[in-house]
Design a protein around this ligand. Structure first.
Ligand SMILES: [Fe+2]
Ligand SMILES: [Fe+2]
Length: 142
């Protein structure tokens, strides 16, 4: 099933993937056009706290459990959340940190959209999908 035909209740989570890809695209353009990496770091950390952290929480609390913690792709996704968190909170060189964030966040979203979400959608019960929707509403106010 192509990503756009996502079940209605997974659409809200998929919409955040689109937002993350737009964030990556803007960041890449800014860096290519010579923006000061130190100045880009603040907005990036803000995006992480406001948008990405709640998104990771929803995935880990209610989306990934559909497949279970032992699933290798779920393990990979959780490890990537930890790694992205370390990068966003890193005090290292801003240019190399932001380049890695851009690269790894994009790869993470594509992995979830192309491989993980289609599998979750295929096996999730109505009840599980409703739980995802409720949790999404609670955490994002949407
Ligand atoms: Fe994720
Ligand atoms: Fe995600």
């Amino acid at each position: 099933m192509p990503p756009l035909e996502r079940h209605a209740l997974l659409r809200s989570v998929s919409h955040e993937h689109h937002e993350a890809l737009v964030f990556c695209w803007r960041l890449r353009k800014a860096l290519e056009h010579g923006a000061d990496p130190t100045e880009q770091m603040g907005p990036a950390v803000d995006f992480y706290h406001r948008r990405l952290l709640p998104h990771f929480a929803i995935e880990e609390e209610v989306v990934f459990p559909v497949l279970g913690a032992l699933d290798p792709q779920v393990k990979r996704a959780i490890a990537e959340h930890r790694r992205l968190t370390r990068l966003f909170l890193s005090k290292g060189d801003p240019l190399s940190t932001l380049s890695r964030i851009e690269d790894e966040l994009q790869a993470h979203v594509r992995f979830e959209e192309r491989l993980l979400f289609p599998r979750i959608q295929a096996v999730a019960t109505e009840q599980q999908l409703e739980r995802i929707d409720r949790m999404h509403g609670l955490l994002t106010g949407v």
